[in-house]
Design a protein around this ligand. Structure first.
Ligand SMILES: Cc1cc2nc3c(=O)[nH]c(=O)nc-3n(C[C@H](O)[C@H](O)[C@H](O)COP(=O)(O)O)c2cc1C
Length: 196
């Protein structure tokens, strides 16, 4: 066997979302973050469109992201009457808990070669690679799809056009502790087996 299946299974089952309140505040080396993203780009993709794009924020860049996203939130929600000061303040301050924040994006190819759902799916495969690589490096992280993720105005912060999608923000930090695995539905609950 070429791969250590026991290590592989253990990596998958021990992967957890680790949230910013559980980061120590230490900064992860950029080289580790790049290695994590290097695994992301090996995800499967129909017609090899490779629709993922990553914008990495760290250091003073995190403050820039915080301010820009808070501005987008304010403008968007004042316009539709849903503005909440607490959420605005969270958008300004919560990012500062993370070592790096990766804006995970989906960019459509010029020919629209495959359906949008497949491009989004491919980027989620890349996200799983990020999760697994972070686990392997002992780094904590999680995908956030809150905040400005689905606000149209957010796209321009990351060079995205109308047809592209902001998928979410992958937060990274040094974990205070290693959480235990969460329970899952059993395979029998979610699988049908048809053999004739
Ligand atoms: C598509 C997607 C979106 C998510 N968005 C959020 C989010 O906005 N906020 C959050 O706290 N967690 C988010 N998560 C992380 C989930 O909360 C987490 O995966 C779930 O609780 C299961 O825990 P685990 O990842 O440790 O197995 C998201 C996960 C996925 C796959």
């Amino acid at each position: 066997m070429v791969y250590d299946l026991s290590a592989f299974e253990s990596l998958i089952k021990n992967r957890r979302s680790i949230f910013p309140q559980d980061y120590t505040g230490e900064i992860i080396e950029d080289v580790i973050v790049k290695k994590i993203l290097e695994t992301a780009i090996w995800a499967p993709t129909h017609k090899l469109t490779q629709p993922w794009r990553f914008v990495v924020f760290t250091g003073a860049g995190i403050k820039t992201l915080a301010e820009e996203q808070a501005n987008v939130y304010k403008k968007w929600t004042l316009a539709d009457g849903t503005y909440k000061e607490e959420r605005y303040q969270n958008l300004l301050t919560k990012p500062l808990l993370s070592s790096h924040i990766i804006a995970v994006c989906m960019k459509r190819d010029e020919k629209n070669s495959v359906r949008e759902v497949e491009e989004i799916g491919a980027v989620y495969c890349a996200v799983q690679n990020i999760y697994l690589a972070a686990t392997a490096f002992g780094v904590g992280g999680y995908l956030s799809t809150g905040g400005i993720t689905y606000m149209e105005d957010a796209k321009k912060l990351f060079g995205l056009e109308k047809e592209d999608r902001l998928i979410g923000f992958f937060h990274l930090g040094v974990p205070k502790r290693t959480p235990s695995p969460l329970k899952r539905k059993s395979l029998d609950e979610v699988m049908q087996w048809v053999s004739q």
